[in-house]
Design a protein around this ligand. Sequence first.
Ligand code: AMP
Length: 404
Amino acid sequence: MKVLIVNAGSSSLKYQLIDMDNEQTLAKGLVERIGMGGVGHAEMKVDGKTVFDVEEPIGDHVKGCQLMIRALTDKENGVVKDMSEIGAVGHRVLHGGNKFSESVVINQAVMDAIEEFIPLGPLHNPANLMGIKACREVMPDTPMVAVFDTAFHQTMPPKAYMYGVPYDYYERLHVRRYGFHGTSHRYVSKRTAEFLKRDPKGLRIIIAHLGNGSSLSAVKDGKCVDTSMGITPLEGVIMGTRSGVMDPAVVQYICDNDHISVDEMLNICNKKSGLLGISGLSNDMRDVDKAAREGHERAKLARDMLVYGIKKYIGSYAAAMGGVDAIVFTAGIGENNIELRRDVMADMEFLGAKIDEEKNASVKPGRATETDISAADSKVKVLVIPTNEEIAIARDTLELVSKL
Ligand code: AMP
């Protein structure tokens, strides 16, 4: 079966068509500048080569979906003859609140729930829902599945997910830690057990998903027991543009001083902080690294803060799980940044974790494969496991629609 994976943003649609017989990606595409006035843009790549490149007005997500279909079924360069070849669509959805601990086949009740959780995911859930509705309109007979970024973390115990504010806020407003990047943490933790040829039962894994957005999770017996992101993706280590965890009084202090609203301040915390805000240069770790190497003090500070933050989470999750068997690096920075992995793992012998510098350096940027980078005498396995959220979404989708 061919499965289409859709990740809808407020003005974009990213998609990938995967042939599940061999899990090969047949095409990757992007529709952008949807509903922004002026011309939008749609492109599709097959084997890394652009085969569809169109600029025209794209008024809404329905039009965006039609363009996606036009690209996929294009007579000359398309990858399917018609849409009937696509057996199912898997949608990435940010927030499943406390209702979804697994992926589900989309029906009206699921769409209502995604809508219900808009207050918890105000930036993404409305866009995800628009993407689902648009796809259902243009592919009314194709079964669709929702895969939630929060689902994997639903196994956390209350002591890990509750915030120390009055309990009433949890009961009335669902205030709690949810965690994100769950599809990645689930995929990588499963691959870790397979790579180590171990039963997930009895394994204690710490996963460092480090990208433009970063989160760490503690996975015990194959289940998430804690994660660094919170009610929104703002909590945790400093990220490309997000502040990470801080005393909430900082928000009030800056709002009062600079006469800005909480909304404006949270926008600063989400979009202008982190590596970008501290370095004053860029949210991209490659730029920050380069400047740090050239002696830029604030780039060095931003880098140090990230390394220190990751170390603290690793230490606390090892303590929370009563030890750790594997520490795993994944996502853009985790897979590609040799020096960052080295610095995070420096002086971790007290935990029984030590990397082999040569093995670490053998994981080449841009070409990471599953690699054991631990030293021969390291009690804890240190691994690089490239994430693959699309495959995880496609597998869930196939499994669920096969049961229909
Ligand atoms: P992600 O959000 O997972 O795509 O990760 C984005 C981050 O990964 C950025 O900060 C990049 O600097 C870093 N990154 C991505 N690709 C590479 C690469 N080939 N070499 C070094 N860093 C990379």
